[in-house]
Design a protein around this ligand. Structure first.
Ligand SMILES: [Zn+2]
Length: 265
């Protein structure tokens, strides 16, 4: 049996879990995923994440923030509402926040403004940041470099980038979250090499459920919905790629996540 795991990115307030959320959590716990960080991506979903976290604070943390997809809905006048959410005791990090120039659901200028506002808040409140970046590395780094000296910590969640991006993150002393993307033999192949470059004290694992169902699960689940119970599968893939035992990877990633998200206060 593996040491217990922490899923650092789980969209547990997503409506695809509305009909069986308790069952999903019980299955995750039975699989050894004993701690979960519930991602907030709008003011409303951050509120929902906090409310869920409050039902079992020893098991959950929430993040509170505005995903770049929703940046066009977030303005300076919304800051007091987000600040209040970030001050709730269940909140372990600010985010998810960052830039996504792949989908471009919000204009770049809105994304950059929203990202800066949230980094300011994280600095002000002394919160670590839960970061999202896709196809926006240079713009993301330019902003993050301004704030990094004043930020307590940050994790590049769902890392899918290349070696240059990874080295830039590590140079900024960020942590890195790996999802089941690494289990995708087409899109995730490069990650199998890169994951070795991540120091043991900078590595965390996540499912990003209900998204990113690992493509190589056997037997293939009936549903395309990802669940936190599949985190051990991601962890084992990461361990194989790093050339270490799953126990070693589990112990390190769990220790990192419990500290980062302030499960131990
Ligand atoms: Zn994300």
């Amino acid at each position: 049996m593996l040491p217990t795991l922490v899923d650092i990115g789980l969209n547990l307030s997503h409506d695809s879990f509305d009909h069986d959320r308790d069952h999903v959590v019980a299955a995750a716990m039975a699989a050894g995923v004993r701690h979960m960080v519930i991602t907030g991506s709008t003011l409303a979903s951050s509120r929902a994440a906090i409310d869920l976290a409050r039902t079992a604070p020893e098991r959950y943390r929430a993040t509170a923030g505005i995903h770049p997809h929703h940046a066009h809905e977030f303005h300076a006048e919304d800051l007091p509402a987000l600040r209040a959410l970030l001050q709730e005791p269940e909140v372990g990090a600010a985010g998810e926040c960052g830039l996504d120039f792949f989908r471009n659901f919000s204009p770049h200028a809105d994304q950059e403004r929203s990202f800066r506002l949230q980094l300011e808040l994280a600095v002000e409140l002394g919160k670590p940041v839960f970061l999202h970046q896709r196809d926006a590395h240079d713009a993301f780094m330019a902003i993050l470099r301004d704030y990094r000296p004043r930020l307590v910590a940050g994790v590049a969640h769902c890392f899918t980038g290349d070696e240059r991006e990874l080295r830039d993150y590590l140079d900024l002393d960020l942590s890195v979250g790996i999802t089941g993307w690494i289990c995708d033999e087409r899109r995730g192949h490069h990650l199998r090499e890169l994951v070795r470059l991540i120091p043991a004290d900078r590595l965390m694992v996540e499912t990003d459920a209900p998204y990113l169902l690992p493509r190589d699960l056997t037997p293939k689940p009936q549903s395309r919905r990802n669940e936190p119970k599949y985190l051990p599968h991601v962890l084992e893939t990461v361990a194989v790629c790093r050339g270490e035992s799953p126990e070693t990877t589990a112990r390190a990633t769990t220790r990192n996540a419990l500290k980062f998200f302030e499960f131990e206060k």
